[in-house]
Design a binder for this molecule. Structure first.
Ligand SMILES: N[C@@H](CCC(=O)N[C@@H](CS)C(=O)NCC(=O)O)C(=O)O
Length: 238
């Protein structure tokens, strides 16, 4: 019989999450940084509970149930909801131009970083792995240049975070992907980010957030991440 109800905590925020999912981590980080209490309902993605379609018909994490029973899906929508619902946490600027600039930065990760993390893992031919690595590094140079531009703006305050000295929405949205690329493509394909001038701003940003509880509190163990991504890794054809 198919489920007719699903677990949630009454009068609370319930986050449906999977600890290793970089998207779900956005939702968790948003609540943590805003210091808003929530409960986690961990979804085993390899064996999804039969009630989960009642929460998210797309069967993806994260999803959020708010205290009034509203269900929200999509990690950036959830993170933005937290930012808007708790403005005192100042996760996200209210200025339209500053919001647009940050959206473009987040978009840069979606188009030029994340796809190539996966591509480098799923490509079997050395040639294709190399191409993915080059695209990934080109994407990181674009990220680096955007950070340099942002830090000269008044909202960037010279860095080292997107909003100066504050771990905010940019970090909530993006650090899980940097954490991922630092561990998984490095382990399986030997991809590393050079310590050169072209990547200096990126490396400065990474060093700053890597020590922040906003990052470390939600970071999976390297070995667990490596094991989890094994299933995507194509054996190299020589
Ligand atoms: N665009 C979605 C992507 C979420 C997503 O792809 N989550 C993955 C896990 S990292 C998922 O739930 N996949 C479903 C599955 O593995 O069956 C978001 O930003 O929330």
């Amino acid at each position: 019989m198919s489920a007719t109800t699903y677990p949630f905590k009454e009068n609370a925020y319930t986050v449906y999450s999977y600890a290793l999912c970089p998207y779900a981590q956005r939702a968790i980080r948003a609540f943590n940084i805003a210091k808003v209490p929530y409960v986690v309902e961990e979804i085993d993605l390899r064996n999804k509970p039969d009630w989960y379609h009642l929460v998210n018909p797309q069967l993806k994490v994260p999803a959020l149930r708010t205290p009034d029973g509203t269900i929200l899906i999509e990690s950036l929508v959830i993170a933005e909801f937290v930012a808007d619902q708790f403005p005192e946490a100042e996760l996200l600027s209210t200025d339209a131009t500053e919001r647009a600039q940050l959206r473009l930065f987040i978009e840069l990760f979606g188009t030029r970083i994340s796809p190539f993390i996966y591509k480098s893992l799923t490509s079997a031919e050395v040639e294709d792995q190399k191409k993915a690595e080059e695209s990934l590094l080109a994407g990181l140079r674009a990220v680096n240049d955007e950070l340099e531009i942002q830090w000269k703006r008044s909202s960037g305050k010279g860095g080292p975070f997107w909003y100066g000295d504050k771990f905010g929405f940019a970090e909530i949205a993006l650090v899980s992907f940097v954490g991922l690329l630092d561990v998984v493509p490095r382990h399986y394909r030997g991809v590393t980010v050079p310590e050169t001038e072209e990547y200096a701003a990126f490396n400065k940003w990474k060093t700053a957030f890597s020590q922040h509880p906003g990052f470390t509190d939600v970071k999976p163990e390297d070995a667990t991440l490596i094991e989890n991504y094994k299933k995507y890794v194509a054996e190299t054809k020589h």
